[in-house]
Design a protein around this ligand. Sequence first.
Ligand code: PHE
Length: 441
Amino acid sequence: QEEKVTNVEGKAYPTDHWTNAPPNILSHVQRRIYLQENHPLHLTRKLIESQFPAPTYGNYTESFPVVSTEQNFDSLGFPPDHPGRSRTDTYYLNEKTVLRTHTSAHQADYFRRMNNDANKEEGYTVVADVYRRDAIDRSHYPVFHQMEGARLWERPEGMTATESAARIWKDFEKLPSHGVEVEDPNPVTHPVRNPLQSKYHSQEEVEALVAHLKRTLENVFVKIFSEASKAANTPQDPLKLRWVEAYFPFTSPSLELEVFWQGDWLEVLGCGVIKQDLLNNSGVPGRIGWAFGLGLERIAMLLFNIPDIRLFWSTDARFISQFSDGKIVQFQPFSKYPECYKDVAFWLSSASTSGTGASAAGGAVPFHDNDMMEIVRNCAKDIVEDVKLVDEFVHPKTGRKSLCYRINYRSLEHTLTNKEVNDVHEKVRTSLKESMGVELR
Ligand code: PHE
């Protein structure tokens, strides 16, 4: 019997009942657009990296996205039932191997590397492509890019908490201050939601770490938004920032930073004080520190006024030629091609209920929104702009559930013909029937 494998750039991964990473997604691995000079993501990356200079920080990229579930989840303390592990949210090559869902998958490896005496760096940034099964709309794409960063301080045995905190405050004093308005209403720790890791840290150390973390990241946004407002031809509202409480399995306390942009608060990054167990398990028990992770597309879309996340993957000269490294410009949209929406309505197979994710007995396929999205994406590739659930009801007599989705087809590069859309839509319908066991209406 021949063993089935998935190949990713010459590496073979045996498939099993967890495998769900389709060729269309895997084809993005080789693109490496964050390495491509004059690409807006490359430019955004360089701009942020300039805020994390040598010799304190090393700036890295990780170009191979296949990692173990140990790296992506276990090493970071994700509980066994965390929703991020589910096959509806994550692309699996097999039970033990995934396309990384975040750059944090490399934290333990980077901490281990910092233990090397030859490495005098106290922190790092790392940029990489990450993969998530998600909705389809103009700000979500199953492949996107994150930058992770961390900064560690040595705390040798015998050093008191007061001495340790004082050293971090000394580094804090070296950070430039800025005049930007920052809302920051919460205490640094919360006894239930964001507890002090009291087994390892003192309150004064964590106060110092969080102050350093906040100021460092505020400065990143002050820098990039001052560049952006120089490029804008209309006067911009002054930048406003806000810190809110968050939760991540691998940091405590945890925070998110939001930016007020064109009338809305937008979340731009997650961060926190690294769980000491992670450092202890990665060969650096004598250090404490902070980490952050941010999405590059989200920031680049704000900076350049890019309206659709699919554009980052475009090879169209009308897009690519607008950008050059070192300078922020306002994206000039080229013509917008007409949209064409089509509805698809179907009955769920009787044993399946939408949204439970529980595996149904008797061969019925449990229905999850993200599975529907994956089918549309596989059939339509990049000519789908968004997919929305527009109707949902339960038949009063049979108890069967019906869903109706509206698929909005639009190419960024040409006008779609009726035939093109009809063919793709027919493929979506067939595929829904065949792989999800639904009954088309
Ligand atoms: N990995 C987190 C995410 O993808 C972000 C994060 C990184 C949070 C590092 C805290 C520390 O949402």
